[in-house]
Design a protein around this ligand. Sequence first.
Ligand SMILES: [Zn+2]
Length: 479
Amino acid sequence: MLLFYFKTPLPPSPATIITTGISNQKQWAPIDQPVAQPINLPENTNPPIPPVTKEKYTINAAIDYDRHLINVEETVVYPNRSGRELNSLVLAVASNLSPDCFTLTNLKVDQIDSDYELNGQRLEIPLQTPLAPDSAIKLTLRFSLALPYIGQFNTLNSPVFGYSDVQMNLINWYPFVVPFIDGEWNLHDPLYYGENLTYPSADYEVYVVFPKQEEIPVVAASGEAESIGAITRYTLENGRAFALSISPDFQVSTMRVGDVTIYSYSLPLYQRPAEAALQTSTLALDYFSMKFGPYPHKTLSIVQADLNDSREFSGLFFLSRNFYQLYDGTDKNYLTFTSLHSVAHQWWFDQVANDPAMEPWLDESLATWSESLYLEQFNPDVLPYWWTNRVDFFRPQGKIDISIYESQGYDSYKQSVYFNGTHFINDLRERVGEETFSDFLEDYVAQSQGEIVTSADFFRILNEHTSADYSDLIEEYFR
Ligand SMILES: [Zn+2]
């Protein structure tokens, strides 16, 4: 591994900017306060910087909550671990899928203004000097976001991105370098269902400030918070995606398990379901830590949101407001099921990631099946109800190893990937035995942590734990 030092900055040269795709010409008055500056960041001088082995994102966000505007300065330190020379970098800019949302005002590569091409969600940066294997590069981006109203115009990013009457949700809100896998940049087209972004593991340091706000709203974030005057710093290590949700109306309750704090952020009048989601999630985090391996972060935030389903990010997940409304005080409801599902994604998404567009069964079948693992332990009486109403009601069928582009719509996608996938995991566990399957899952996490796995990895690690013949299950569930 080579040590990497940032080059001495050269005088900036005028940049040629090619922007294609969605126009970003909408005029609005930028926030007139400067972007928050990091406090006491180490200088990039002597002593030697340790070798860069992992992506590091430092993001300063100045948020105008009332006008739904955000000014951002983002620094990305990107080590080239591809084993080959890279002539360009590709970043995902999901916010550019919302009309007139994303405006890039400056882009620097190793402190020099750079060309770029922005086309839809794809930002490609040609490198003047190719990036050698095991060396690192520093990108600095300045951009602003004019957030869309949730649910309007932005279904291709996600129905949770933007602002509503009660909150502001920042998901996939900063450009990130997509993984380089088998000689290609992994960036798939969005669809109106399923997930299309594959996330590398990275470290995050996010500074948030509200220069215009007299009363600072409540912030739910992926990382651990620390106040530095008016600025809050959030840190997240080995995360996949850093999300924020902000509301002046959030009510917060917390529980602790070990050194992890679980937060529940809910809207007024939902105190009881919010506490139920908190208790279920806390118990699940503890149990899944025991079954799959330790939870790696210091916080987990549950956020009640204006969306129709649930959506997971690192150390934070959103649950539909509807689940809170329909909560009946028992475990026989979607608030419980989706809480369990979302906590399980902290293993099957955050710790062990996969390409969710091409092989969505890898995380979704395990996350759905994990709900039953919890119920089996804590509320076995609910299990028959869960199989009938959560899984079989949707008529599971179809091969599970399909991409999001191959299914015939959202219902058939869930029938195969989620629900038939759950039956596959359950059948596989019965075939190899509970104890063997449990050992396998723990080892699958240990071996795959921070990586982006494929079906081949899943079965390679499984075969290290069992010699059982499950070829008939492969025949039944896979193409
Ligand atoms: Zn899921």
